[in-house]
Design a protein around this ligand. Sequence first.
Ligand code: SF4
Length: 456
Amino acid sequence: MIIRFEAPSPWRERGVHLLELVPEAIVESEPPSWDLEVKVELRGQILLLTAKVGRQRDRAIVPASSADFQRALFRLLGKITDSDPSPWGILTGVRPGKVAARLLQNLSREDTIVRLREQYLLREEKAKLLVEVVGAGYPLLNRRGVSIYISVPFCPSRCHYCSFAAHPLARWQHVLPKYIEQAASELGKLLEACRAYQLPVNSIYVGGGTPTSLAPEQLAILLAPAIKPGCEFTVEAGRPDTITPRHLEVLGGLGVTRVSVNCQYPSEKTLQAIGRNHTIQEFQQALMAAQSSEIGIINSDMIVGLPEQTLAGFIQGLEYLICKGVQNITIHALSLKRGAKTQHQYLPPDLAGEIAQAAYQFLQERDYRPYYLYRQKNISANLENIGFALPGTFCYYNVASIAESEPVLGVGAGAVSKLVMHNRIETLNNPADPIQYLARSQSLVRRKLDWLRHSS
Ligand code: SF4
């Protein structure tokens, strides 16, 4: 739907995210033609909002405050399109849990749910879900310490929906030895500084890309500085076609405590349609191999919103994971970004919403608790991504990184460091391009070491 949006600053910036909640919305100031027109006028201390579709026109007049404006615009959009723009109301950010956590500091769970509904216009089921997630995850968080994120930005091939920095491995073989050496050196220096300043490392997370697209011996060199770290140590082994028993043996020897093995949806047709070059059998074999390794906790991701998906097929996929004893199951909703090959959602929003709802209920009835949650733009049916886990197997890194409760030190190309300075979070990006990373990493490491020295 093309939306013409006319509003003075800062109301334009405050309103555009809400307009983007309309399915397939393209928001512009002066499109040659449009399906919906929204205009905001500031008249003294008052805002006049007008929305128009064809001959139908609706209006709202509200005080010129950010919260009043967003609520009025959200309601106006619902009225004019005759639909609820998002179950998350005006909470359009990535981390709605931070809002709930702040409210929970002074309010009971019941009052927080009421506040989320009335002030932020969340649907009741989302308000309840959010309070449950924060109640489960936040108590895990430590008061002191850092987490470390190690990026391995290579994959055997690119999934059609991918927008991550995932370089095709075959094209980068020539820089791999240097890359691994540099990233291992960065990791070693940061860990050494943490030890020297007695700063606890609460978790280490190796993501990407697909870390297991490296050969086992390369992974061993990269992660050697972190061997047996005495904290949660996760490695994403997302693509089953990259995992071998030798990988798992090496990771177990390094003290890895958690590994992700992902199928996304158990249908060969779907896997082909989204460009994942592996079979269901390869996934099942990789899962079995992970379970017979030393690594204690297995995560598996499923994605709502993939082609050919059905509710029955999704539940069958979950049943399989549960019966295989997978302790962590993360339910993503397909989110489409500019860098991805896929540019349109595959499933109608009603079906995607129905699958997600049924999946959450299915997991909760089997003792899997939702413990971290985040949202993305252009996400199927305006849903969310949720980590479910059996009690005692929650992933610390996932909770801490979404809560932004502690500094994260990023290692490798594309890794983002989040450094807390004077109660502000400052981000420091390692270049996503491996060659650029090799050129600049020394100076970036120095900045992180400076930060560690000053914050100790
Ligand atoms: S495995 Fe993950 S990171 Fe790699 S291409 Fe697919 S979606 Fe992207």
